[in-house]
Design a protein around this ligand. Structure first.
Ligand code: NAD
Length: 483
C-alpha cells in the first residue's frame, strides 16, 4: 500500500507542493482527528493533468477485456475491504455503520456494472453503397475531471470514475474535502486491482481552490460533477466550450400521499426517505404532501416515529441516525428550523440541537417534523439537506403535483396510493427525473438511468445504468471505408 494521506500524481503518492495540510474530523466527535490531508493548490492540479494525459493513451489502447478485468478485480477487492472501509466511512462522514456498509458493498456492484460496459462499447454501421462501409466507433474523451460531494463519497466517485476508466479515459479525481479518506480508499482499490499507475490522479483539497483549478485548466476534456446547484452553476460558467460537463445537483424531493393510502405504510415510506442518512441524500424526502382527510393522523404518526429514532454516533449499536456531516450542515439545519418557527410552522417533533451530554462534541440534531407551514414557506422550496420534513395538506392530485413541482429542483418524487389512474397521471405530469411509486424518494437501482430535471441536473447524460450511461465518457468517430 501507500503512505497515507497524500495526493497521487504521476504514479507517486506525494504531499501538496506547498506542504500544506487540512484536518479531516469525525462529525460525531469533533475532537477525533481522522487524518490530515494535502491542502492542494492550482500547482498540484496543473502537474496532475499532464501526467494523466501522458499515461492514458496506453490504457485507452489496451483491450476492452484488459480494462474490464481491472474493474472486475477492483470490485472483488472492494467487496473484501467493504466492512473495514465502511467503519472508516462512518468515522469520517457520520452515517450509521449499516448505511456505510450498504454504500461500500454497493461499490462492488457499481464496479462490476461498468466493467461490463467496457465490453459493450459498441459502434454502429450505416447503410451505404457498394464497395463502402460507413460505421461509427467510440473513443474515450481524454482526461476527465471528477468532482464529488461528501454524502456518498464512495458511490458518487465510483459511478463516475469506473465508467470513465471503462471507456479508456484518464481521470483527475478531486474528492470532497469533507471525505478525503474515502477518495483515497477508492483510488487504492483501483491501483491494487492493477490500474496502470499514471491513469488516475488524486488531488485532495478545498473545492474553491482545487475544483476551480480543475475546471479551468487546459488539458481537461470533460468534467463530471455532483454537488450543490451553486457550485454546478459556477462550473457551467467556467468550462470552455470544448470541455463537456456533466452536472448532477441538488433536490427538493416530495412524497405525495393520496387519501386511499394506508397511514402506517405511508409513514414508514416517509421515515426511510426523510431520516435515512440523516436526511443528507440528494433524493431525500423533505416535503410530505398528504390528502387532507389523512393530514392530522399522518402528522401524529410521523411525530411519533421521529421522536423514537435513536440519534448518536453511527458506530454505536442501536443508533438509527448519525450526526450531520459538518458544522456548516449543523448550522444550516438549525437555521431552517428557526425559519420554520418564524414562518408560523408547528414543530411537532424534534426541532433542536442534541449537542449535549454524551453527544456534546458532535453535529447532532433531532429528527424534525414541521406542520402547518404556509404555501410561501422556504421549507417547501429550498434544499435543507438534513432530517427535517415539512408536512402539508392537499385537496387533490393536481394540487399535489403543482406544489411538488413548485421548486427550482426536479430530482426525485414519490407517490403513495393504490389508485392506478392517479399513478399514471402523476408519473406523466411531474417535473422530476425520478418517479417512485409506493417507495421512498431515496434508493435507486444501479442499472437504471439516474438524474434530475431543472436545477437538479444539466441533463448532459444520465448517470448509473441505462442506454446513455457511456455517452458522456466517449466521443463518436464516423469512418467511411472504401475499397
Ligand atoms: P458542494 O457543491 O459544496 O461540493 C461538491 C464538490 O465540489 C466538492 O468536492 C467541493 O470541494 C467541490 N467544489 C466546491 N466549490 C467548487 C468550485 N468553485 N469549483 C469546483 N468544485 C468546487 O456540495 P456538497 O456540500 O459536497 O454536497 C451536497 C450537495 O450535493 C447537495 O446539494 C446535494 O443535493 C448534492 N448531491 C447531488 C446528488 C445527485 O446525484 N444529484 C448526489 C449527492 C449530492
Amino acid at each position: 500500500m501507500t503512505s497515507p494521506h497524500h495526493n497521487y500524481i504521476g504514479g507517486i503518492w506525494c504531499p501538496a507542493a506547498s506542504g500544506a495540510m487540512f484536518d479531516d474530523r469525525n462529525p460525531a466527535d469533533i475532537g477525533d482527528l481522522v487524518g490530515a490531508f494535502p491542502d492542494s493548490a492550482e500547482a498540484d492540479v496543473t502537474s496532475a493533468i499532464p501526467a494523466v494525459r501522458a499515461a492514458y493513451p496506453a490504457w485507452a489502447s489496451a483491450s476492452a477485456e484488459t480494462r474490464a478485468d481491472v474493474l472486475f478485480r477492483a470490485a472483488e477487492l472492494m467487496a473484501v475491504r467493504a466492512d473495514g472501509i465502511a467503519a472508516e466511512l462512518t468515522r469520517e462522514e457520520g452515517k450509521t455503520l449499516q448505511e456505510a456498509r450498504n454504500e461500500a458493498r454497493r461499490i462492488a456492484a457499481n464496479l462490476r456494472l461498468y466493467a461490463g460496459e467496457a465490453l459493450r462499447l459498441n459502434g454502429e454501421t450505416y447503410p451505404a453503397g457498394a464497395q463502402q462501409f460507413v460505421l461509427s466507433i467510440r473513443e474515450p474523451v481524454g482526461v476527465v475531471g471528477v468532482i464529488t460531494p461528501w454524502n456518498f463519497p464512495l458511490s458518487m466517485a465510483a459511478r463516475k470514475i469506473a465508467p470513465a476508466l471503462a471507456a479508456g479515459n484518464g481521470v483527475v479525481f478531486k474528492p470532497s474535502e469533507i471525505t478525503p479518506l474515502m477518495g483515497q480508499r477508492l483510488v487504492e482499490v483501483l491501483l491494487d486491482a492493477g490500474l496502470p499507475s499514471g491513469v488516475i490522479a488524486l488531488v485532495q483539497g478545498r473545492g474553491p481552490v482545487v475544483g476551480r483549478a480543475l475546471t479551468s485548466s487546459i488539458g481537461i476534456d470533460a468534467v463530471t460533477f455532483t454537488g450543490s446547484f451553486a457550485v454546478g452553476r459556477e462550473i457551467a460558467r467556467t468550462l470552455s466550450t470544448d470541455v463537456r460537463g456533466q452536472l448532477e445537483m441538488g433536490g427538493k424531493n416530495a412524497t405525495v400521499i393520496l387519501a386511499d393510502a394506508d397511514i402506517e405504510k405511508a409513514a414508514a415510506i416517509v421515515e426511510r426517505g426523510a431520516f435515512g442518512l440523516t436526511g443528507q441524500a440528494c433524493t431525500g424526502t423533505s416535503r410530505v404532501l398528504v390528502a387532507r382527510p389523512l393530514y392530522d393522523a399522518l402528522v401524529d404518526r410521523l411525530a411519533a416515529i421521529a421522536t423514537k429514532i435513536v440519534v448518536g454516533p453511527g458506530s454505536q449499536e442501536g443508533v438509527g441516525m448519525g450526526p450531520l456531516a459538518t458544522t456548516a450542515q449543523y448550522d444550516k439545519v438549525l437555521g431552517y428550523i428557526d425559519i420554520a418557527r418564524d414562518e408560523g410552522g408547528r414543530i411537532v417533533a424534534g426541532g433542536r440541537s442534541l449537542r449535549n451530554g454524551a453527544l456534546a462534541a458532535g453535529n447532532f440534531v433531532s429528527p424534525t417534523v414541521v406542520a402547518d407551514l404556509p404555501h410561501s414557506s422556504r421549507l417547501l422550496r429550498e434544499e435543507i439537506f438534513g432530517p427535517v420534513i415539512a408536512v402539508r395538506a392537499v385537496d387533490d392530485l393536481d394540487e399535489a403535483i403543482a406544489i411538488a413541482d413548485d421548486t427550482e429542483y426536479g430530482l426525485a418524487v414519490s407517490l403513495v396510493t393504490s389508485h392506478l389512474p392517479s399513478v399514471l397521471t402523476f408519473a406523466q405530469k411531474t417535473q422530476h427525473g425520478i418517479v417512485k411509486v409506493n417507495s421512498p424518494t431515496t434508493g435507486v437501482a444501479l442499472n437504471a438511468p439516474f438524474g434530475g430535471f431543472k436545477h437538479s441536473s444539466n441533463q448532459a447524460a444520465k448517470e448509473q445504468g441505462g442506454a446513455t450511461v457511456m455517452d458522456f465518457y466517449t466521443r463518436i468517430k464516423t469512418i467511411y471505408l472504401g475499397a
